[in-house]
Design a protein around this ligand. Structure first.
Ligand code: SF4
Ligand code: SF4
Length: 503
């Protein structure tokens, strides 16, 4: 159960009661957006966020250009979602459509990983790694370089139209647009050979779907990161609502330590001289000015807060200036907060990370990961599928034998041609013929399969064995053995059924 802390503000309004907040602030649910001008923050968490922006954008823009030497005709792009051939390449791993469970496994790991991170560190994903946050950070950085920091931007917004204002705005928009085009442009490189597609895009020869995808992603990046920003997190994304179920009283969330900060006061020296009780908060609003969500962390934990910790950086700098210990705003847990309110001087330590919820998430995550790894290492390079004919299920031949038809599908996942021997086990007197081949019925058939291809052949199986003919159906096995060996030979056995008239 989540223990909600510090939700009642200085005016006695519970910030978790939306109706009470709206009433107190005379606010409509449909009020128009108040534009936020986040001030540039400096400090540990800002540096961490920049490092992540650099790494994540670096991965996004560089990954499609990485090459990986694959044998045969396979593409040499390290990460490629080859929709045309229904294949996913990730360095040495090649995933076929019938192995979609690996993708499902990755999605499960991503989901459980997100639950784990949220239960440990609150909305760390939102604050540090979500594409909306990363691109918005980049857009705000561009904006501040051209229009100046918070105060300059507010002033520019209020200023009348002028050539200087127009030039700044146009330059900012042009750079935003370039970033948006690059974002959409690099996305499509994950779906085709990047250098080839790049040349096709430049020369206007790429498929229209590529231009369409780039246009959509350009528009969404430009709009979401440039204009909608915090509205995407607050109104469009479902995660803020879901995360409530992921948090518990030991989750680390960005918190204003009201037990230390209140009563807040700007002229604290004067108040102290008068013998008034004052908290550590000097009411400078530095934490509010840097907040990209435009909220005041001192109002308690709020749905809008993405746990980016920029308010911690801002407040730590203020605390340093006024000679108070850092951490008036910090990452803390509800348990620790309650202990401090009760006057116990408790501190967070690593043992708080281990609790039933996080242990279960970790075990689930590791189990899916290990399971996928084991199946990936041991997976076969040969897949066989047998489909018996349904209509008719058997045919009586002129010599009295009974014949069944089967479609045998052999998938060769290697980048070299492979030859296989098809034989039958547990069906007395059985012979085979391959449709389209000029040869007499026999007990084995050799089938060549091209590199990285699926071959489907039609096989007729016939028998005159009385025991088989007098049964409605007899279970038997197709055995497929590899003949040319480059490495370990693979064998597959597939059970199927032989139908007969019966008695
Ligand atoms: S309140 Fe603090 S942690 Fe929350 S979004 Fe604002 S700056 Fe980030
Ligand atoms: S930055 Fe710190 S001192 Fe300044 S208003 Fe925020 S909590 Fe108070």
């Amino acid at each position: 159960m989540v223990q909600i802390i510090n939700t009642v503000d200085a005016n006695g309004v519970d910030r978790h009661d939306a109706e009470a907040v709206n009433k107190a602030e005379n606010r409509s649910l449909y009020a128009s957006r108040v534009k936020i001008h986040p001030k540039a923050a400096a400090g540990t968490f800002r540096r961490l966020k920049w490092a992540l922006v650099f790494v994540l954008l670096g991965i996004y823009y560089i990954a499609p250009w990485l090459r990986w030497d694959r044998p045969g005709t396979a593409p040499d792009q390290a990460i490629l979602i080859d929709l045309a051939n229904r294949r996913f390449y990730f360095f040495f791993i090649e995933i076929w459509p019938q192995e979609f469970y690996y993708v499902a496994g990755l999605l499960i790991m991503a989901g459980v990983g997100l639950f784990l991170v949220t239960s440990l560190f609150g909305r760390a994903w939102c604050g540090y790694a979500c594409p909306q946050t990363v691109w918005t950070d980049l857009y705000i950085w561009v904006e501040s370089k051209i229009e100046g920091d918070r105060n300059a931007r507010i002033k520019l917004d209020k200023s009348p139209p002028s050539l200087s204002k127009f030039t700044k705005r146009a330059t900012k928009m042009a750079i935003w647009l370039a970033i948006a085009i690059a974002t959409g442009g690099f996305w499509v490189f994950y779906f085709a050979d990047a250098p080839t597609l790049f040349m096709e895009l430049v020369t206007g020869e790429a498929a229209s779907v590529a231009y369409f995808t780039i246009a959509i992603l350009t528009a969404t990046t430009f709009t979401f990161a440039g204009f909608m920003r915090e509205q995407v997190c607050t109104y469009m994304c479902p995660w803020p609502r879901i995360q409530g179920a992921m948090l518990d009283e030991e989750s680390l969330i960005v918190t204003y330590n009201a037990w230390r900060g209140e009563p807040r006061m700007a002229g604290r020296k004067k108040a102290e001289a008068q013998g008034l009780k004052v908290g550590d908060c000097v009411d400078c609003n530095a934490c509010v000015a840097v907040c990209p969500m435009g909220i005041d962390i001192r109002d308690g934990n709020q749905l809008e807060c993405i746990n980016c910790a920029l308010c911690i950086d801002a407040c730590d700098a203020v605390m340093e200036k006024v000679g108070k210990p850092k951490g008036l705003i910090n990452y803390t847990t509800s348990t620790l907060y309650a202990a401090n309110v009760a006057g116990k001087n408790e501190h967070w330590d690593w043992k708080h990370l281990l609790r039933p919820r996080t242990a279960i998430y970790s075990v689930m995550w590791a189990a899916v990961g290990v399971g996928m790894l084991v199946t990936l290492v041991n997976r076969s390079q040969l897949d066989v599928n047998i489909v018996p004919d349904r209509n008719p299920i058997f045919v009586t031949l002129s010599d009295g034998s009974i014949r069944n038809g089967y479609t045998v599908k052999i998938l060769n996942k290697k980048q070299e041609q492979r030859n296989f021997r098809l034989s039958i086990e547990d069906l007395p007197g059985a012979t085979m013929e391959m449709v389209g081949e000029q040869s007499s019925p026999r007990s084995t058939i050799e089938i060549a399969v091209d590199p990285d291809k699926l071959r489907a052949v039609k096989i007729y199986v016939a028998t005159q064995d009385q025991k088989v003919i007098t049964e409605d159906k007899t279970d038997f096995t197709f055995k497929i053995e590899e003949l040319n060996l480059s490495g370990a030979a693979e064998t597959a056995v597939e059970q199927t059924v032989f139908h007969a008239p019966g008695e």
